[in-house]
Design a protein around this ligand. Structure first.
Ligand code: URP
Ligand code: ZN
Ligand code: ZN
Length: 464
């Protein structure tokens, strides 16, 4: 077992900023040594002078190799977890998908087969329940026993993942019995489908119509409804990929009345905007659901504010990358055929670092909280993940706060042919990454392996 000393850096967790040397023994953090402490015997020293030493980050929402319409998201567990590592993310939580007619347990096993032995970093699963029926309800307990303590339901995508209110309630009632958290894709899918049909019928076939047919009000409506259903059922609720100020208001109100309701937004809703869809078919590069919003309507401001004041608790990616050529182009004549999703997994932690260091949106501690510590607590893997403490997994990202770099498809490591952040300059650069005590990124080289990442059997929500 190797021993490593990360020496001379400033350790930043969700609650503390301290000069300390981090002693790693095997896969775990063994000690935090005071500044100037003697170097223990038999250690490899990583010089972190002038650097920040962060917990490896936790991306609570990714989609590696999932089908969407006629396309499959481009990153496999192998390419996507390597890209995540380059950006300082050392844990992902991805999704087995139960499609209509599928067995729930079968989808779990299939996704496990894809991820195990192919992941550079540790991974867990949320289960998508796409077909609520007696058989899948019976299978929920088996998936739960495998360490899946969160279940995603949809009020969007009728005919695919969509659940009726009664179906949502059935799964929520089951979750309330064992403390599982319900993840909700909150958009009113049937009203959206009508708007989409009407847009196509009048010849509005381009990418901008994707966003205009998914108005913020229909995200707010679905959030309102599903929060009430979860409250009635007594299930904890986590609303994913929030883009709209209406949802922030609904979550703040629910939390104000003491409900266990949590909210996640993503870098795309913070840094990108509606006008990016309005550039002919190039706009397809920015098609995701919910869609990007107009900053003039106050959505981005509301999201940033909510992250700072804890009305929202998590920044994850919803990473779901499709090539522009050959995949997004499936919808060249009809926006409803553009696969939904964006490539983000590599950039989330760096973008949030930039938000703290350069844009002063919040403190570095708050940045660690929303991007690493709170997701680890919400999804039952803290303090193994999401912090630097004695006994935690030695998952660490060492950052040079003085370095800057420019995002580009030419240099990123995601397996996709464009970047939605092309040319964006970021302050602060991830230099060295460790996963369970092994250096996996250093000196601009990937040193990890596809067999290093392990499945995380998760516990219950630790914020309840
Ligand atoms: O556009 C998106 N969000 N694609 C991924 C699937 C989902 O709904 O999370
Ligand atoms: Zn979703
Ligand atoms: Zn998603």
């Amino acid at each position: 077992m190797s021993r490593i000393l990360i020496k001379g850096g400033t350790v930043v967790t969700a609650t503390e900023t301290m000069r300390a040397d981090v002693l790693i023994d095997g896969e775990k953090v063994a000690a935090l040594l005071g500044d100037g402490a003697p170097i223990p015997d038999a250690v490899e020293v990583i010089d972190a002078a002038g650097r920040f030493v962060f917990p490896g980050s936790v991306d609570a929402h990714t989609h590696m190799e999932i089908p969407f319409g006629a396309a499959t998201s481009k990153d496999t567990f192998e390419t996507g977890t390597q890209a995540a590592a380059w950006g300082g993310t050392t844990t992902i939580i991805d999704f087995p998908i139960q499609m209509k007619g599928d067995s729930l347990m079968g989808s779990f096993e299939e996704t496990m087969d894809k991820a195990a032995g192919s992941s550079a970093i540790d991974f867990g699963f949320h289960q998508i329940v796409g077909d609520v029926n007696d058989q899948s309800l019976a299978e929920l307990d088996r998936v739960f026993d495998e360490g899946v303590t969160s279940y995603k339901l949809f009020t969007a995508y009728p005919g695919v993942y969509y659940s009726t209110d009664a179906e949502l309630m059935r799964v929520m009632q089951w979750a309330s019995g064992n403390g599982s958290t319900i993840l909700m894709h909150a958009e009113n899918g049937s009203a959206i489908d009508l708007l989409r049909e009407q847009a196509i019928a009048r010849g509005d076939t381009g990418p901008l119509a994707h966003a205009l047919t998914r108005p913020a009000e229909l995200e707010g409506e679905a959030a309102h409804r599903t929060i009430l259903l979860a409250e009635l059922a007594g299930a904890p609720l986590y609303i994913v990929h929030i883009s709209a100020k209406q949802v922030v208001e609904e979550i703040a109100a629910a939390r104000g009345r003491g409900s266990h309701v949590f909210g996640e937004t993503c870098p795309q809703y913070l840094f990108l905007e509606l006008s990016m869809l309005d550039q002919g078919f190039e706009g397809a590069k920015f098609v995701c659901s919910p869609p990007l919003r107009d900053p003039a309507d106050g959505h981005q401001d509301a999201l940033w504010r909510a992250l700072a004041n804890n009305d929202l608790q998590v920044v994850a990616t919803d990473h779901c990358p499709f090539d522009f050529e050959g995949q997004k182009t499936l919808g060249r004549d009809d926006f409803t055929k553009i696969p939904n999703g964006l490539p983000i997994v590599e950039h989330r932690f760096q973008l949030m670092l930039h938000a703290a260091l350069a844009d002063h949106r919040f403190s570095l501690n708050r940045m660690v909280d929303i991007s690493s510590t709170t997701p680890a607590k919400l999804f039952g893997i803290y303090p193994q993940k999401g912090t630097i403490a004695v006994g935690s997994d030695a998952d660490i990202a060492i950052v040079d706060p003085e370095a800057s770099h420019t995002l580009s498809a030419a240099t990123h490591h995601m397996n996709v042919d464009y970047s939605c952040f092309e040319g964006k300059e970021l302050t602060g650069k991830v230099e060295t990454v460790l996963s369970r005590g092994r250096v996996i990124v250093s000196n601009a080289q990937f040193l990890g392996s596809r067999t290093h990442g392990r499945y995380l059997k998760r516990g219950l929500n630790q914020l309840i």
